[in-house]
Design a protein around this ligand. Structure first.
Ligand SMILES: NC(=O)c1ccc[n+]([C@@H]2O[C@H](COP(=O)([O-])OP(=O)(O)OC[C@H]3O[C@@H](n4cnc5c(N)ncnc54)[C@H](OP(=O)(O)O)[C@@H]3O)[C@@H](O)[C@H]2O)c1
Length: 349
């Protein structure tokens, strides 16, 4: 079995930490681990396979001799450092938004469009967390009924915005309770205090009034499913939940699909667990720490009873939405013999 030198770029962050946990859990063939982060945490240690590893500051030279980079240090860092890693012969699975819509970069969800890996030029992009969990569900439902139009409303946890965001929710929640609800708490990471609140604003606003997070669901779903004209729209909302994103989904199909047919079809998808009885709906707390995408409340859309369904889709955003997919893609690259394939993208971007 080939063993690899693996760099985790963003090793001190929520996704980076989860990547290391999952590499260990799934026994990925790591020869050497290189945890990389910013100068702020260089010199600190992270644990992997029961041993401490010293975090290094990420620089272009850090990627010499590295086979696989699993990157989650933010879009700006990926823009600068991912091409440097590719130039040095590494293959990069990037969790940030930077390369996702680049035409030379495959955007891949394991189990959905693995074949796209074959075209990689050194960089593979992981989709946004709210897009990721929908993909195994949409792929199967498209097969049985044809997706005609999709409406998504997200209920996204604080961890989707990183470790500082989780800390802010924790502190603000304690502060509000301690003041017996007389204060509302600070909003430094989020636009408003998140405790006991909802914020329909994730990432920046665009000219058309949508947020970039909403745009990502639309553009990334089209690219992954290979449906460039899919009619899909989204509203993305941050909720005071620590881990797991939940999504309410309405689908209009091209052909009639009953709830029973949808349940039967989704039961055949290995990445999905279906909750059949209405009262057994999944919650974000149930999803935390688990690997399947949980789908419940599959029911007819009474405003479109022949060809419309509503459903509730929940998943751990740190695992399914980021780290698990990154590690599964590294496994697929290994299986398909695609790890060292020096690319042109580094020059092109
Ligand atoms: N959280 C999610 O659910 C999720 C899902 C999908 C994709 N993503 C994407 O993954 C990325 C990271 O998310 P996260 O939640 O893990 O964020 P996070 O908890 O804030 O962690 C950020 C990581 O990036 C490192 N970093 C920041 N600036 C750096 C620099 N200049 N050079 C090198 N490393 C630097 C940080 O290192 P220090 O500790 O040294 O600052 C830390 O390790 C983001 O692009 C995010 O959009 C996140």
């Amino acid at each position: 079995m080939t063993k690899y030198t693996v760099a985790v770029l963003g090793a001190t962050g929520l996704v980076g930490q989860k990547i290391m946990e999952i590499l260990e859990e799934r026994n990925f063939p790591v020869k050497t681990l290189k945890p990389l982060a910013s100068s702020r945490t260089a010199g600190e240690t992270v644990m992997f396979q029961g041993k401490p590893y010293i975090v290094e500051e990420a620089k272009p030279e850090s990627f010499e001799g590295v086979d696989i980079v699993l990157a989650s240090a933010g879009a700006g860092v990926s823009e600068k450092l991912v091409p440097e890693a590719v130039k040095r012969g590494a293959v990069v699975v990037d969790n940030t938004s930077h390369f996702r819509l680049h035409e030379d970069v495959p955007l891949v969800v394991a189990g959905v469009n693995d074949e796209a890996l074959k075209n990689h030029q050194g960089i593979i992009a992981n989709p946004n967390c709210s897009t990721m969990q929908l993909m195994p569900v949409f792929k199967k439902l498209h097969e049985i009924g044809g997706l005609q139009r999709v409406i998504v409303s997200t209920y996204q946890s604080a961890s989707g915005a990183g470790k500082e965001a989780m800390d802010e929710l924790r502190e603000v929640t304690k502060e509000v309770i301690a003041s017996d609800f007389k204060t509302r708490g600070k909003a430094e990471v989020f636009q408003h205090p998140l405790a006991f609140n909802l914020i329909p604003h994730i990432d920046k606003f665009m000219e058309d009034g949508y947020t970039k997070e909403e745009f990502k669901v639309v553009a990334e779903s089209r690219k992954i499913l290979g449906l460039p004209n899919l009619r899909i729209t989204a509203t993305a909302v941050r909720v005071p939940v620590f881990v797991s994103h939940s999504e309410s989904v309405t689908i209009d199909f091209e052909r009639p699909v009953s709830p029973e047919q949808a349940v039967a079809a989704l039961k055949t998808v290995p990445e999905v667990t279906v909750f059949e009885r209405p009262e057994d709906y999944p919650t974000p707390q149930q999803a935390e720490g688990t690997d399947p995408v949980l789908v419940g409340r599959i029911r007819r859309d009474t405003s479109n009873p022949e060809t419309g369904l509503n459903m509730w889709v929940v998943a751990d955003n740190l695992r399914i939405g980021a780290a698990l997919n990154a590690v599964k893609l590294a496994e697929a690259l290994d299986r398909m013999g695609l790890v060292r394939k020096t690319g042109k993208v580094a020059e092109a971007v």
